[in-house]
Design a protein around this ligand. Structure first.
Ligand code: NOJ
Length: 562
């Protein structure tokens, strides 16, 4: 099968996500900052990435580490100044690295000037910028649970009304039904585009259009109802994105990726349609969420390891069913997920490097735009938080309070085990630069604990070792840049019944790429390469045994027609 794919730079690019708070601290206050990023751009240039997705750097009181914005046109004090931003942007551009901003417009901070006005009175001109409802029987307007625990509604004294917050109560949801809100958002986006940024990662963009009936949701955890069916992929979301596209995006050459909680294939074909009327691609979450429900203690909280065959079935479905219709994004990690080598691989000393390389191969040879999260290229692992006092993430803190302290649904020990397995703080421990104090992240006291394994797992050590995970990622990136089959080849699943080996083929213009990855710590039979001649593009083993994949072995073979 052959499809003619429209070629664009962002389909051929590899993206690196920076979570600025945890990346590099230049001034010793324990918090990463923009000059810290600028200083380390040569490191990213060496890795070979094309684009940085920068988690939010706007002014924010930091209830949710910058995902609560109080001024979209200013920089968070902890991170520096607009001059620091401009310096980072121009240095990145001079190295050929593009910058994609995080666009958080489902909600603002409650300290944003619009909300401060909005809550003053029912007839304030900004009142309708947010979603206000009268009490129902003296209580919340419906049973929705916020994504960060507790009711999604907060009573405000001045008006006696409730406002909606799908996340923390310091993150009130904007009312996209109001055309003035859309005007403000589109103006702000244009302002950043004129500054010369190269795209937007759009935070929970699938949630901007709410079902205007605001009905109760199905029972979620015996306490609250689920808001997802009424806020994800809502009735006007495609209309809003098409308007955004017409008024802003289509005037620039941008990478756009929508974070799309609850997205289905059918919806993704609209968001990321090949005609380009909405976004370039979306992040889907199905492969991250295989243990939600039956496999979990409660909600997302679990201590279990996902099964490869479930993850594969989901990723293969996305590969096959978007073919020729929409573009995929590819990721294992981000600032909301635990570390991939701990979650899907094996972070023990024996298998960490091999399994990290295997997982990287498995993802980077697929069709779509790959995203690397800071530290993934070092094989950074989850850490152990010994008690809730060591945790910083609002999602973890609120869930602990609700499930352990208020409702006694889960013991403190079990909840900590869950947090150490899937909590977001695992991704947020400081970047491990070297073996000096605090991993070379800061000369001060880090805002969150450093993973103690930094003495062996760090960038300096990786760069001194030709067999490191770092150089393996560098090679994967170079291969993608060199071989159009990796970017545009059609994906064909192989061995779909095999419980241990994830295998597939990519096909383009007479080139065939065969990829096989052993997801276990045992040798596995695999005859896919027997009798095939071609060039081995990459493998995490130097030698191979016929008919067998060694523990966590990954192999990629390219056959080219003369
Ligand atoms: C998704 C972001 O990735 C996450 O970090 C944040 O907490 C929520 N959206 C709310 O903005």
């Amino acid at each position: 099968m052959q499809t003619v794919e429209k070629k664009t730079w962002w389909k051929e690019a590899v993206i690196y996500q920076i979570y600025p708070r945890s990346f590099a601290d230049s001034n010793g206050d324990g918090i990463g900052d923009l000059p810290g990023i600028t200083q380390h751009l040569p490191y990213l240039h060496e890795l070979g990435i094309d684009v940085i997705w920068l988690s939010p750097v706007y002014r924010s009181p930091n209830d949710d580490n910058g995902y609560d914005i109080s001024d979209y046109r200013d920089i968070m004090t902890d991170f520096g100044t607009m001059a620091d931003f401009d310096e980072m942007l121009s240095t990145a551009h001079s190295l050929g690295i593009k910058i994609v901003m995080d666009l958080v417009v489902n909600h603002t901070s409650d300290e944003h000037a619009w909300f401060i006005e909005s809550r003053k009175s029912k007839d304030n001109p900004f009142h309708d910028y947010y979603i206000w409802k009268e009490p129902r029987d003296g209580k919340e307007p419906n049973n929705w649970e916020s994504c960060f625990s507790g009711s999604a509604w907060e009573l405000d004294d001045a008006t006696g009304m409730y406002y909606l917050h799908c996340f923390s109560k310091k993150q009130p949801d904007l009312n996209w039904e109001n055309p003035k809100v859309r005007d403000e958002v589109f103006d702000m986006m244009t302002w950043w585009c004129e500054k010369g940024i190269d795209g937007f990662r759009m935070d929970v963009i699938s949630m901007i259009s709410k079902d205007q009936r605001f009905p109760d949701g199905p029972d979620k955890d015996g306490i609250y109802g689920d808001l997802n069916p009424y806020v994800c992929n809502g009735p006007r979301v495609h209309e809003y994105l098409q308007e955004m596209n017409r008024r802003v995006l289509s005037h620039y050459d941008l990478l756009t990726v929508g974070e799309a909680a609850g997205v289905t294939i059918e919806e993704a074909r609209k968001y990321a349609n090949n005609e380009g009327t909405e976004l370039g691609m979306v992040f889907q979450f199905e492969h991250m969420d295989t243990l939600q429900g039956e496999g979990s203690v409660i909600g997302k909280w679990t201590t279990k390891k996902p099964s490869m065959s479930k993850v594969r079935a989901i990723l293969n479905k996305w590969q096959v069913q978007l073919e020729g219709k929409a573009w995929n994004s590819l990721y294992w990690d981000n600032h909301d997920q635990p570390r991939v080598v701990s979650r899907f691989g094996d972070d023990s000393e024996k298998w960490r490097v091999l399994s990290a390389k295997m997982l990287a191969t498995c993802l980077h040879m697929m069709k779509g735009t790959p995203y690397i999260y800071q530290g993934e290229e070092l094989g950074m692992t989850n850490t152990v938080f010994e008690g809730i006092d060591q945790c910083r993430d609002i999602e973890e803190l609120n869930a602990y309070r609700q499930y352990v302290e208020e409702h006694h649904l889960v013991s403190g020990d079990v909840m900590m085990a869950c947090i150490n397995t899937v909590g977001r703080d695992n991704a947020r421990t400081p970047m491990q630069w070297d073996a000096s104090a605090n991993a070379g992240f800061t000369t001060g006291t880090p805002w969150i604990k450093v993973n103690p394994n930094y003495t062996t797992i760090n960038a300096e050590a990786a760069m001194a070792d030709p067999d490191s995970v770092f150089y393996y990622y560098q090679k994967l990136i170079r291969l993608r840049h060199a071989h159009p089959v990796i970017v545009y080849g059609v994906f064909e699943p192989l061995l779909e019944e095999n419980e241990a080996v994830y295998a597939y083929r990519r096909v383009l213009d007479g080139c065939v790429l065969t990829v096989a990855c052993n997801w276990t710590d045992q040798p596995q039979e695999c005859t896919l390469f027997d009798g095939l001649s071609g060039t081995e593009l990459i493998s995490n083993y130097k030698e191979h045994q016929a008919g067998v994949l060694a523990p966590y072995e990954a192999r990629v073979l390219l056959q080219e027609q003369e």
